[in-house]
Design a protein around this ligand. Structure first.
Ligand code: FAD
Length: 494
């Protein structure tokens, strides 16, 4: 067993190593690990060498929302690259001129926060679809799981990466570009198996102004009426739908989930750039209606909280009216301070021309919600997010249909909510009948019953391509970047 002193001995004076009890941001995982902050290539190489010598494994961390399956195992090394400096350029570098496809390009060090990227975009009047404003998220999060906004016409951010530099298990700084499509398809959703990402070059879009329209309508009219949804999606550049469930539920009366109100946020290109509203609504205001003591979360309290949250969100949005914003302000945001220890679960589906998949998926969700409600169980108490995006041109990312579009449905609940496991298990079993469904890799996919069987059966071809590309790149000859979960879920033969 390696202890802190032995590892520090191997590393020499820098970087410093700390044995810490690491808890991920959603508080679903807690384990004793070695944490090391690295600032340059030499320090990365030093850590990798020590890991090879001592038989330890290494996984990087960004914002640390990582689901259990992506966390480092007990006693292994977690590398933080938040302050990493590039040896041959600034942390954020805008390149001169245009690339051969006519785009401005930038290179960003992996640990730069997405908030800093946003400031950079505003300064240069440029934009990378899929980036969020959050300071807790980092540039490489756009790649590893990978991140998307809710623009059906825009792909996930990773699809705009044209070059990635990473450090392999032998400490070599390597470069791949979209001239090698298989290598990039591996990289663009790599679950941390890519070696250590050093920097990423992205193709950017011009910054635009958008109009944001907020509306509250019921689930039936918004999500189950495919004609209405078609026009909503056709009109807007982006449509985000947030559902605080049970908001039409009254105790003692039958509840129809289809009657709940959902917040539909439509983002359209703006005609004018005159009136600029700085910020969008912060979810933190919605969640102020939740009690601090989780033990008090009786069904009555929960339902009351989600109902008041939905009502107040609707009122706050009404006061604000229609707004014109920079696109960087308008896209999705999650409270900077994670409001509660929370579960998350989600799937992506290819979007068909008629949007029947949306209806099917939401109907399955409503049926399960109703079934549980009849047993007086309220398993989903933070929110349900419905989003639409393009693909990410990767082996493991969402499969797309309808001109390259995908539907994403995320469910979020406070940790320890009664019925969560049972509910998500039942819903996943329904959703897994859609063979082209893909787990949202940034959620707790690994704990869903039968996930391994589903993945091995329905993603066999993609997993084989993923593993082959990784092997051919010879990223990890020393088996440093693996963890037990990924080994068992994606790599074990039987
Ligand atoms: C409640 C909630 C709601 C969300 N909603 C959305 C949404 O609407 N749309 C969306 O796109 N995303 C959403 N996300 C995902 C989120 O935006 C992040 O993309 C995701 O959580 C991963 O970011 P992270 O900083 O936490 O990465 P981490 O969890 O820290 O890391 C993710 C993976 O990347 C690896 N990694 C980190 N750094 C490196 C590196 N330098 N080199 C190699 N590997 C590395 C880690 O080992 C890990 O495997 C949501 C997440 C939560 C928790």
């Amino acid at each position: 067993m390696v202890d802190e002193a032995r590892l520090q001995d191997e590393l020499g004076p820098s970087p410093r190593v700390f044995l810490v009890e690491y808890t991920n941001k959603t508080q679903t995982y807690s384990e004793n690990i070695f944490q090391v902050d690295v600032q340059n290539l030499e320090e990365i190489r030093n850590v990798l060498k020590a890991a090879r010598t001592l038989g330890l494994r290494v996984r990087a961390v960004g914002g640390g929302y990582n689901p259990i399956a992506l966390c480092p195992d007990r006693g292994q090394i977690q590398l933080r690259l938040h302050d990493l400096k590039r040896f041959d350029g600034p942390r954020l570098e805008l390149h001169e001129g245009f690339d051969k496809f006519g785009f401005r390009t930038m290179t960003v060090a992996s640990g730069v926060s997405q908030e800093d990227m946003m400031d950079f975009f505003l300064n240069h009047k440029l934009y990378l679809p899929g980036t969020s404003k959050q300071s807790s998220l980092q540039a490489m999060d756009l790649i590893t799981t990978p991140q998307h906004a809710s623009f059906p016409g825009h792909k996930c951010a990773s699809a705009y990466a044209s070059q990635i530099r990473f450090v392999d298990s032998g400490g070599r700084l390597r470069v791949i570009s979209d001239e090698n499509p298989d290598a990039m398809s591996f990289m663009r959703c790599n679950l941390g198996l890519s070696g250590l990402i050093y920097d990423i070059t992205f193709r950017l879009r011009p910054l635009i102004h958008v109009e944001v329209n907020d509306a509250f309508d019921d689930v039936e009219s918004v999500l189950l009426d495919t004609n209405a949804l078609k026009s909503t999606l056709a009109e807007g550049m982006a449509t985000e739908i947030y559902w605080f469930p049970y908001n039409s539920c009254h105790f003692g009366k039958d509840w129809e989930p289809e009657d709940d109100k959902v917040w539909v946020k439509s983002i359209l290109p703006a005609q004018s750039t005159e009136e600029l509203t700085e910020r969008q609504l912060d979810f933190e205001q919605t969640f102020t209606f939740y009690p601090d003591q989780f033990s008090q979360l009786t069904p009555e309290v929960l339902v009351g909280a989600t109902r008041r949250g939905a009502m107040m969100t609707s009122r706050m949005l009404d006061c604000r009216g229609e707004t014109t914003q920079k696109v960087t302000d308008a896209i999705y945001s999650w409270p900077e301070k994670h409001p509660f220890p929370s579960h998350s679960f989600g799937f992506s589906f290819p979007l068909d021309e008629d949007l029947d998949i949306v209806k099917d998926v939401i109907k399955m969700l409503c049926t399960q919600l109703k079934r549980f409600n009849k047993q007086n169980k309220y398993p989903i108490n933070l929110m349900i997010q419905v989003q639409f995006s393009g693909g990410c041109e990767s082996f493991l990312g969402p499969v797309t249909g309808n001109g390259g579009k995908a539907l994403h449905v995320y469910l979020l609940s406070i940790l320890g909510t009664e019925g969560w496991d049972e509910f998500t298990g039942a819903l996943a079993a329904d959703w897994m009948h859609v063979t082209s469904a893909r787990p949202c890799w940034d959620t707790e996919w690994s704990t869903v019953p039968n996930m391994r069987t589903f993945l091995l059966k329905n993603m066999k071809k993609e997993l084989t391509k993923f593993k082959t590309a990784r092997k051919e790149l010879e990223i990890d000859r020393h088996n440093l970047f693996m963890n037990n979960s990924i080994q068992q879920l994606l790599y074990a033969e039987s």
